[in-house]
Ligand binder design. Structure first.
Ligand code: NDP
Ligand code: GDP
Length: 335
């Protein structure tokens, strides 16, 4: 039975990847940091089927111990401070968690299981103020946020460990990928959650930043398969994963609101608080290499993805409303 260690398993990608690997018959170890209130929301369906290990990206000893205990064939390093907008007010924490922590994880593997295959979660944010379109593996980086800068470090240190220590280390340069498990501050989920709340009468308006930026949005469930494929190759390499299609934030609003019969122009308010100090105007990926070498293919398109997210948020909001109505009835009956 193959063994995999996932950091960031409670996040969007980690939870999809864990499910995917369990289905493939892996023994999955999930690294989880201590929090005052543990959140297993993304992991509910498989919580009891994985081995939980306690550790923090910034604590090398805990990472070495996690690798020593799990003795993984494959390590997926997904944990990070992953939100671009938070990286300006917290540049140092972002540098520690998104940049230096990659070296911690690589060191843990080098020390405790050097023949394990290693996946690093690199990002299209490294292309930032893009110097060519579409962006591919050879496109130079020009990051535009402390997050993007940190990811460039994580990317190059992964390449460096591959070249210095002959480690099987790959870097996946993934373009934005979303799902009903996406954090609610990211633009897709912020919009689909608001659409559900507005539809159910719980919210009146939606405050947004730059509606003109363009992104290449795919489905996270498709993208975790690419991570796995990278580690099944004969030789380690870096790959761009993207849809090759670009849509604006405005288009996202249009698709999400019209799915429930609403016109976004009646609800969206531009708020400077959500406009960033430096913007990434457009991202568009060319994943020809991944298609040809990994045989990776996309299954969920943009419109289907946004509809799926709106439907899930509607379900969630309705369930919450039903639960609080039931609570009220029982209070009234008690009274
Ligand atoms: P999420 O924000 O959903 O998940 C981040 C995970 O990292 C969470 O499980 C979080 O744990 C964990 N984590 C954060 N800090 C620490 C720490 N100090 N020690 C241990 N664990 C920690 O991110 P995604 O799943 O969306 O993304 C996965 C990776 O891919 C990230 O590295 C991200 O930067 C990168 N990426 C994502 C893209 C996307 O579009 N989603 C695009 C390109 C790259 P907790 O639950 O405790 O907060
Ligand atoms: P990013 O590409 O990793 O920064 O992913 P986000 O989902 O956070 O943002 C995608 C794009 O949407 C960026 O260009 C943002 O500036 C833009 N955007 C516009 N309004 C908002 C908003 O209210 N919240 C967020 N998160 N992004 C917004």
């Amino acid at each position: 039975m193959k063994r995999a260690l996932i950091t960031g398993v409670t996040g969007q990608d980690g939870s999809y990847l864990a499910e995917f690997l369990l289905e493939k018959g892996y023994q999955v170890y999930g690294l989880r940091r201590r929090t005052s209130t543990p959140n297993y929301e993304n992991c509910e369906s498989f919580k009891d089927r994985i081995e939980w290990l306690s550790g923090d990206l910034n604590d090398l000893a805990s990472l070495i111990e996690a690798v020593r205990v799990s003795q993984p064939d494959e390590v997926y390093n997904l944990a990070a401070q992953s939100y671009v907008a938070a990286s300006w007010p917290q540049p140092l924490a972002t540098g520690q968690m998104t940049a230096l922590a990659v070296t911690n994880m690589l060191e843990a593997v080098r020390i405790a299981k050097p023949d394990a295959k290693f996946y690093q979660a690199s990002s299209s944010e490294m292309f930032g103020k893009v110097v060519e379109t579409p962006q591919k593996e050879t496109t130079p980086f020009y990051p535009r946020s402390p997050y993007g800068v940190a990811k460039v470090y994580g990317h190059w240190i992964t390449v460096n460990y591959r070249e210095s220590f002959d480690m099987f280390a790959c870097s996946g340069i993934l373009f934005n990928h979303e799902s009903p498990r996406r954090g609610v501050e990211f633009v897709t989920r912020k919009v689909t959650d608001a659409v559900a709340r507005i539809k159910m009468g719980l919210q009146l308006e939606l405050r947004m930043g730059n509606l003109d930026s363009l992104r290449d949005w795919g489905f996270a469930g498709d993208y975790v398969k690419a991570m796995w494929l990278m580690l099944q190759q004969e030789t380690p390499d870096d790959y761009v994963i993207a849809t090759g299609e670009m849509h604006s934030v405005r288009e996202l609003l249009e698709v999400a609101f019209s799915h429930v019969g609403l016109d976004y122009r009646n609800y969206v308010v531009i708020d400077q608080a959500f406009v960033r100090p430096a913007e990434v105007d457009l991202l568009l990926g060319d994943c020809t290499k991944a298609k040809e070498k990994l045989g990776w293919k996309l299954e969920v398109g943009f419109q289907e993805l946004i509809h799926m997210m709106v439907d899930e948020d509607l379900k969630r909001v309705k369930n919450r409303l039903r639960a609080s109505r039931d609570d009220m009835y029982s209070l009234v009956n008690l009274g």
